[in-house]
Ligand binder design. Structure first.
Ligand code: GLN
Length: 535
């Protein structure tokens, strides 16, 4: 059995170059050749995990099957590879230092001075190699968050330097940079790339492959120039040109021979290595780019100024629209700007409405107005997590007549706590430990919309919540036509509600978006879009 090989993806010049997409694209190409691949993200911030970060900081908090609140890049990795990630796939500086300090407090270091080298770098390397230690992967692709040159990245780059030394050919470094285009001079400029590579070299790291983000094609001459200044072969200087869809990137990187150059540098003979089977992927991208008719979906949420806050939901909608031969037209509606007076103007032209997850009071009333409009006008509507909770409250207020119905998250003293805090959460004060997180089973009630969508009686979906539907109201809801069609039997928790008399009106306590991938789009989103385009 060949030893696991480690590929590092670093970024330079500026942030937001799409390191995650390049890392996921390389993973996809290697996986398409029959290799077992997993991606990992190292985040250089001191927060112990992304779970307590405001979505405006780094976008969506992605949740793994084992309940880790992770960076949104893990969503890209799963959507591209279709391989579940876990807690080990995302580590922050905060967690690295917490682990080292816990060891120091336990006396594990036997009174020695605890330092960045070797203790912090050893912990970083331990977290990287832990993914490859069980021999379940041929490649571990680790994306180093941040930008080379940042002070926060120094321990990670030092760890990469050490691993490059320790692993030899079982290690490869891909450095992603940006080549700006000066419109006035009509020139692409490679100096920032040269400086970024120099910064890496000063830390003892020589990249094996350079990927240049660019708005325009980079000529062979310019690639030769970059190769000369950066000590790599011209064939190892590639471009990643701006594209309308991230799903085009794996095909572009295949055309740039990213997988071929990487495999060759790690000692593989391409003649005896399976070619990348990308036909299914290419067919999806053709569908995506070829779709003419639109499906217009409103996403009603409180963080819509930063679409990355809903990354997995938006990608799930794009996938579902594509498989329904439609182009997604997304209306991002700020929930705190919606009310009963303007809701018609905001939502009358959409084919479907999605009420997004969220925390806290802001925007709740706007979600109620949107739901009342969707329910009253037979517009397909999907509620996710807080979306299902607001569906419950709106139904209680406007159908059951419980005018002060609310969630105890919003009003702890409401007399009708249609949505209440879960018992096991009541006394947890630890900032990071107060959520029901990860995959849990859900039984589907037969002869319901949920049953026809999932076509199976038990499903497993991922969660991130503290509040739940209050079972005391179940009979009243069902007698009034809101069916509880999904349950977690273990916790006696309502997981799915659906309106019988409506075209398509479903609320789910879980997050289906975390499970939708390019090759296996989520059935709930497929069905939601199908209902949205049906007349
Ligand atoms: N704030 C709600 C809860 O904690 C919903 C959470 C969410 O939408 N992710 O249960």
């Amino acid at each position: 059995m060949d030893k696991t090989k480690y590929i590092f993806v670093t970024g330079g010049v500026t942030s937001s170059l799409g390191k995650g997409i390049i890392a996921a694209s390389l993973g996809k190409l290697l996986q398409a050749r029959g290799f077992r691949v997993t991606n990992q993200k190292l985040d250089p911030y001191i927060n112990v995990d992304p779970g307590t970060l405001n979505p405006y900081e780094h976008g969506e908090c992605f949740v793994t099957v084992d309940g880790h609140e992770a960076d949104l890049d893990l969503g890209h990795y799963e959507r591209f590879l279709g391989v579940e990630t876990h807690k080990a796939n995302n580590v922050t500086t905060g967690r690295i230092y917490q682990n080292v300090i816990n060891k120091e407090r336990r006396g594990d270091y036997l009174g020695k001075t605890v330092q960045v080298i070797p203790h912090i770098t050893d912990e970083i390397k331990r977290n990287i190699k832990s993914l490859g230690s069980k021999g379940e992967f041929d490649f571990v692709i680790t994306e180093i968050g941040g930008t080379v040159g940042d002070i926060e990245s120094l321990p990670y780059i030092e760890s990469v330097r050490q691993l490059r030394w320790e692993l030899g050919k079982n290690c490869l470094i891909v450095h992603l940079t940006y080549v700006p285009y000066l419109a006035a001079a009509k020139e692409l400029k490679t100096k920032p790339t040269q400086h970024s590579v120099k910064a890496l070299q000063e830390q003892g790291v020589q990249p094996d492959i350079l990927v240049l983000r660019t708005e325009h094609n980079i000529s062979p001459e310019m690639r030769k120039k970059v190769a000369l200044f950066c000590n790599v072969e011209p064939s190892a200087v590639m471009q990643s040109i701006d594209v309308p869809s991230i799903y085009r990137v794996p095909l572009n990187m295949q055309a740039e021979k990213l997988d071929e150059v990487a495999l060759t540098k790690m000692g593989y003979d391409l003649a005896t290595t399976k070619p990348a089977q990308m036909e299914k992927w290419a067919a999806f991208v053709e569908k995506l780019e070829g779709a003419k008719e639109e499906v217009r979906i409103a996403l009603v949420g409180k963080y819509v100024q930063l679409p990355d806050a809903y990354k997995s939901i938006i990608e799930s909608l794009i996938q579902a629209a594509t498989y329904n031969d439609r182009k997604l037209k997304l209306d991002l509606i700020l929930s705190d700007k919606v009310n009963d007076e303007n809701v018609e103007k905001k939502l009358s032209k959409v084919d479907g409405i999605l009420i997004a997850p969220g925390f806290g009071t802001r925007g709740m009333e706007g979600k109620f107005s949107a739901l009342k409009y969707a329910r009253g006008n037979n517009i397909p509507c999907l509620g996710i997590c807080m979306g299902m909770q607001t569906m419950s409250i709106e139904f209680a207020r406007n159908v059951l007549g419980l005018k002060d119905a609310n969630s105890t998250e919003i009003d702890a003293n409401t007399t009708h706590n249609v949505v209440d805090i879960m018992d096991e959460q009541k006394n947890i004060l630890d900032l990071g430990g107060s959520m029901r997180l990860g995959a849990y089973q859900c039984s589907i009630k037969p002869n319901t919309k949920a049953a026809s969508i999932y076509s199976q009686s038990t499903i497993s979906e991922r969660h991130r919540h503290r509040y739940e539907f209050n079972n005391e109201y179940k009979n009243a809801f069902e007698n009034a036509g809101m069916i509880c069609s999904g349950h977690n039997e273990e916790s006696n928790l309502v997981e799915i509600i659906e309106l019988k008399s409506h075209k398509w009106y479903i609320g789910v306590q879980f997050h289906p978006e975390y499970r939708s991938t390019v090759v296996n789009p989520h059935p709930l989103f497929i069905s939601f879009i199908k209902a949205s385009i049906s007349k």
